[in-house]
Design a binder for this molecule. Structure first.
Ligand code: MG
Ligand code: MG
Length: 248
């Protein structure tokens, strides 16, 4: 795990906050009838207009600036000609680079009216993220975060937390040690210390936690075709507790 200096953390705060501003822009702009490619274009332009670089474009060959994942798509949906429709949930994951440091955050948006149970999936995923963030403290293990997320999503919510994809450390690379799973027990994973920056990102499925990757090599979907939600924050561990860098 790479410890960051206070100066590095402030750069990452700018990168993470720009992601949040971008997601706020998405929230105001996204609407039925728009294609995912159109939304991706707006995301890219917004990031460039703010003097940053899109963090995802070209990452392991990824072709776009946002990951846009609809309904049963969990993460890594590639923007394209697909038209977004009323009643869908749309997860938008965005990365930025400022002065060599990454920002990374995600949110699931709602298009129009959705069933109460689907809204409960979104609310539960956000609560799971919050519970995980609360455990991001020096002396705790990564497993404290994992356990808290799983407790809210599975025990309280009755939903399935994805195992095959996890949160991560972040810095000059988008993905650093440690891995931050959304399931596990409090005696697992490395001990956290001040200066570690991580992304906590529960992916919570309405049904089974099992997922599969589509032939495009990127898009991850639920194995049972039921919907999935994704919320992500970038958090610095400090002696005073969690500092959510992606909060405005
Ligand atoms: Mg991430
Ligand atoms: Mg992300």
């Amino acid at each position: 795990m790479i410890t960051k200096s206070p100066e590095e953390i402030e750069i990452m705060r700018r990168a993470a906050q720009l992601v949040t501003k971008t997601l706020n822009m998405v929230g105001k702009t996204i609407k039925p009838g728009m294609t995912t490619a159109e939304l991706d274009q707006l995301v890219e332009q917004f990031i460039l207009d703010h003097g940053a670089m899109p963090g995802f474009k070209g990452f392991h060959g990824y072709p776009a600036s946002a990951c846009i994942s609809i309904d049963d798509e969990v993460v890594h949906g590639i923007p394209g000609d697909r038209v977004m429709r009323e009643g869908q949930i749309v997860s938008v994951d965005v990365g930025t680079i400022i002065d060599g440091y990454y920002g990374d955050s995600a949110r699931t948006f709602v298009l129009g009216e959705i069933p109460a149970e689907l809204q409960r999936l979104l609310d539960t995923t956000q609560r799971a993220l919050k519970a995980g963030i609360e455990q991001a403290r020096p002396g705790n293990r990564v497993g404290h975060i994992s356990h808290a997320v799983q407790q809210v999503a599975e025990k309280e919510g009755g939903f399935g937390v994805v195992r095959q994809l996890v949160g991560h450390g972040i810095g000059r690379s988008m993905h650093e040690e440690p891995q931050v799973p959304n399931f596990g027990s409090t005696n697992e994973g490395p001990k956290l210390r001040a200066g570690i920056v991580i992304c906590i990102e529960p992916m919570v499925n309405m049904g089974t936690h099992q997922v599969k990757t589509l032939p495009d090599g990127w898009t991850v979907v639920t194995a049972d075709g039921r919907p999935s939600a994704h919320f992500e924050h970038q958090v610095a561990i400090t002696d005073d507790g969690p500092d959510v860098l992606s909060k405005l």
